[in-house]
Ligand binder design. Sequence first.
Ligand code: SF4
Length: 347
Amino acid sequence: MESFFSTPLSSLEDFITEHGFTKVHAQTIYTQIYKHGAKSFEEISGLPQKLYSLLEKKYCFDFLEIAKIQESVDDKTVKLLFKLSDGRTVETVCVPFQKKYTLCLSSQVGCAMKCSFCFTGTQGLTRSLEKKEIILQYIQAYAYIKEKFEGHQAAPNIVFMGQGEPLHNIDNVADAIEILKTTEGMGLGPRQITLSTAGYLPGIKRFSELGSVNFALSFHSPFNEERNELIPLNKAYPIADLIEELKSIKLMKRQFLTFEYLIIRDLNHTRKHVEEIGRLLKDMPVIFNLIPFNEFPGAPYKRPEMAAVEEFKAGLMELGFHAMIRTTKGDDILAACGQLTSQETLS
Ligand code: SF4
């Protein structure tokens, strides 16, 4: 049996029309499941009787097990631990912003990139997620939020900023995005989706395959020596090569490249850093997202003073860049940036 959540609308249409039914039936099914939250074919009324039995023989609804739910006492951030069919686990974080949530999806179990500031990076890569495992994180986290928090009915945005390097699993990520963008289904717009990379150049070269979604780079330092320490991947794909490639990304009107900048105490936020950033990124449409480092057990770095973060921000703005400081959410449940792990206990 095939998973319904691995099936693009075009394949469902082909299957249904081959059996003498119409594309409209396929579109109705997609709408009912993705937009209205039907969890089985039985919950969809009005289909021809013969079609139900055909569909039930062909497709299954293999939802993920939600093994653990943690809610931040501070700010309604929710962290869901999903257990996959092979017993592995991944985390999805739901971050509230005004009336909408943003879902921080994982793309891999663990990660091969070994960034020195990241909890996930300490684990190594176990495997990449299948497209259905990416889609189901979204569907099930959205369903949870809708039920739990009144007033949060709108389809959440997505950031691929959970566990894993999404461009290291670009085929499954691209397929999942395509399904979630399908108009008759979830109908997400490309601007609702942001993909964040540590700088995996082979994936950046294929970024246009993802169709105008927002791009974010974990930047963290303009100096190779420092960036090599923070993101070992930089040794293979140094900053200058990344920046050259980013210049070829086609942006829509009022769309920017986001540069995530983790600010670590006494490390990467001096005047010298500001000047080098100005030289490297001159005239590029970049927005800086400044993230004060979130400490985790055994972390090798310290959180900066807020005054130092403000000063760094002011330096970037003097150069003409947009810059904002991201407030840390979900800190109390280790749901903040760089704190996710697949080794969460299920108790
Ligand atoms: S920061 Fe991202 S790319 Fe780096 S180790 Fe963590 S999950 Fe992987």
